[in-house]
Design a protein around this ligand. Structure first.
Ligand code: NAP
Ligand code: ZN
Length: 361
């Protein structure tokens, strides 16, 4: 056992309320989990809101490999700082703070040095990663409080509504980062596939960046909303004639679909040297036609979340442009129902859990 483990353990732990899942088939249910007492470099946060990401559902239901049970999901966390360690300089009790998908990394590798902690081979995710302080795995934001190293805590601009700001910590940064990386600006034609939690943030960001935004949706009833969110055009993807009209015209397409679908239909819509980036993470592999890529030298990429510095940049961009997620606020007791509704694309456009509801029972 390392000295860090010993010292953290000697500082002790406390218990906090949470919702956890015991197996891939059991619903989320009330639980009590341990948190470490804040160390010198730690910030303790009382969680006010936590967004529900489709990744939570993939993870809890073991649709991706490697879920460790009990599993406490949640990585779109906004809360109030309640305590800070003696070495903490950037936060004080009472501050509005946020935590996204990562709570630590090795800080030494090339990726960390470049401010790209999301690629660190030793990144510690907010849940379901080894917890070097308490043993077992890390537990996420469907809980009353969390203790995180200062370097992985974000400042939430005070103007932003906390319930709507929570989803920025995953849905926000996951879409902002590739839009920036692929140079989306005024004059570019940008497609967004899937108007869910991620997709609706992508529309807001691409619009704010000045792009011409086209939404592709399987849900005709989302057309009006897509325009309100910032889309210039909306295509119902089952309509092959409408799809054809856009052939060879996009600079960039962001695919935020959570399930199996035909990405070749979108690759064909890219112009020469255009790029389609997957942020959606369907459990099963997607089939890609080589011809769609070779013809037009098009490229297919993926992108995971974003680094800490870029996450803060995104929050500040949201402050400047007055952007938050469109949320339906729910008590934690409705979380299982919310998962079912998310599977039916029946959420406009992110569930945000009011964590005060956890205290009520
Ligand atoms: P979500 O809110 O459920 O949105 C997914 C959207 O995909 C739906 O609203 C729907 O949009 C569309 N869709 C669903 N099933 C479909 C199907 N069978 N065929 C075509 N379209 C379908 O999910 P989310 O939270 O935005 O997450 C989306 C995906 O991104 C998930 O797989 C999640 O795990 C992944 N993710 C990745 C990262 C990353 O770092 N890369 C981060 C967060 C999440 P329409 O109704 O408009 O068709
Ligand atoms: Zn997420």
């Amino acid at each position: 056992m390392s000295t860090t483990q010993l010292s953290a353990k000697s500082r002790g732990q406390y218990k906090t309320k949470a919702y956890s899942s015991g197996s891939s088939t059991s619903p989320l249910a009330p639980a009590t989990i341990p948190r470490r007492e804040p160390d010198d470099a730690d910030v303790q946060i009382e969680i006010l809101f936590c967004g529900i990401c489709h990744s939570d559902l993939h993870r809890v239901r073991s649709e991706w490999d490697g879920t460790v049970y009990p599993c406490v999901p949640g990585h779109e966390i906004v809360g109030r700082v309640t305590k800070v360690g003696s070495a903490v300089t950037k936060f004080k009790p009472g501050d509005l703070a946020a935590v996204g998908c990562m709570v630590d990394s090795d800080r030494n590798c090339d990726d960390c040095q470049a401010g790209l902690e999301q690629f660190c081979p030793n990144v510690i995710y907010t849940y379901n990663s080894p917890d070097k302080h308490l043993g077992g795995v890390t537990y996420g934001g469907y809980s009353d409080s969390i203790v995180v190293k200062e370097d992985f805590v974000l400042h939430v601009p005070s103007k932003l509504n906390p319930a709507g700001a929570a989803p920025l910590l995953c849905a926000g940064i996951t879409t902002y980062s590739p839009l920036r990386h692929w140079g989306v600006t005024k004059g570019k034609k940008v497609g967004v596939v899937g108007l869910g939690g991620l997709g609706h943030m992508a529309v807001k960001f691409a619009h704010a960046l000045g792009a011409h935004v086209v939404v592709f949706t399987t849900s005709p009833n989302k057309k009006e909303d897509a325009v309100r969110l910032g889309a210039d055009e909306v295509v119902v993807s089952h309509d092959t004639e409408e799809m054809k009209k856009h052939t060879g015209s996009f600079d960039f397409i962001l695919d935020a679909v959570s399930a199996e679908h035909d990405i070749n239909a979108y690759i064909q819509l890219l112009r020469r040297d255009g790029n389609i980036t997957l942020v959606g993470a369907p459990p099963k592999p997607l089939a890609v036609s080589a011809f769609g890529l070779t013809y037009g030298r098009r490229s297919l990429s993926g992108s995971p979340i974003g680094g800490i510095a870029e996450t803060q940049e995104m929050l500040d961009f949201c402050d400047k442009h007055n952007i938050t997620a469109d949320v339906e606020v729910i008590p934690i007791q409705k979380v299982n129902e919310a998962y079912e509704r998310m599977l039916r694309s029946d959420v406009k456009y992110r569930f945000s859990i009011d964590m005060a509801s956890l205290k009520s029972k």
